[in-house]
Design a protein around this ligand. Structure first.
Ligand SMILES: *C/C=C(C)/C=C/C=C(C)/C=C/C1=C(C)CCCC1(C)C
Length: 246
């Protein structure tokens, strides 16, 4: 791999990302401190992990560690922040776990969602390192296909789970799901119109800002909204509805 690369002017967004994740982490730690309920605790633990991982990877990118160069066959050199994928590989399954636990999903569903998710990030990573524009776009397509299947499975699971949820839990689940769908669909768009897609409709500076805003919203915003609802989170899996047993 090439010599160390120093981040350009996009570094400002990486520092803001580091600070944003640190503030999110402190907020979750502060709010979760002294929480005794086991169900509630696991939701805090998940979101504390998410912001810790993201903060570390933003710090790595801001200091130039998470950055490398990829030279395409035509001689173009792309700056690739690989640390994003290290972050996403662990944080996206955890964010899905928030929703799956809220909906009291079974193990098989959780494994399916996590499997699709890891596949999506791994194929995106391959795309980021491919040396021919066409292969970059092909891998982007494969990864985006996995995202669409994932969202489809997620929507199906959550609507099946709705029958066993209280109406408050249903509306929380719905709002989080809608936010997740909109935010997550924006990632492949930023990637393909940014430097990774080689089409370069937007420069690295703008792309880095866009990913930062998405990351903060999809992690800190999403987590903070989820954790506002202590009562709902404590009653997860209690079978709150009047469903006849079968
Ligand atoms: C906190 C970070 C989050 C929620 C990241 C989500 C990332 C994605 C949904 C990324 C998806 C990608 C594709 C579907 C294709 C191109 C490559 C990726 C990895 C950007």
């Amino acid at each position: 791999m090439a010599a160390p690369v120093t981040p350009g002017s996009e570094q400002i967004w990486l520092w803001l990302g580091t600070i944003g994740m640190a503030l999110g982490l402190l907020y979750f730690l502060g709010r979760g401190w002294g929480v005794k309920d086991t169900k509630l605790k696991q939701f805090y633990a998940i979101n504390i992990f998410v912001t810790t991982i993201a903060m570390s990877m933003y710090f790595a990118m801001a200091t130039g560690f998470g950055l490398t160069e990829v030279e395409l066959v035509d001689g173009t050199v792309l700056d690739i922040y690989w640390a994003r994928y290290a972050d996403w590989l662990f944080t996206t399954p955890l964010l899905l776990l928030d929703l799956a636990l809220l909906a009291d999903s079974d193990r098989e569903t959780i494994y399916t969602l996590v499997g699709l998710d890891v596949f999506m990030i791994a194929t995106g990573l391959i795309g980021a390192f491919a040396q021919e524009a066409i292969w970059r776009i092909v891998w982007w397509g494969i990864s985006t296909g996995a995202l669409l299947v994932l969202l489809y499975v997620l929507a199906g699971t959550l609507s099946a789970a709705a029958a066993n949820q209280s109406s408050a839990a249903q509306s929380l689940t719905n709002n989080l799901k809608n936010a997740l769908v909109v935010l997550w669909l924006a990632y492949p768009v930023v990637w393909i119109i940014g430097t990774e897609g080689t089409l370069s409709f937007i420069p690295l500076y703008t792309e880095t800002a866009a990913f930062m805003v998405l990351d903060i919203t999809a992690k800190v915003g999403y987590g903070a909204y989820l954790l506002q609802n202590h009562d709902i989170l404590k009653s997860v899996g209690d079978g709150t509805s009047a469903q006849p047993a079968d």
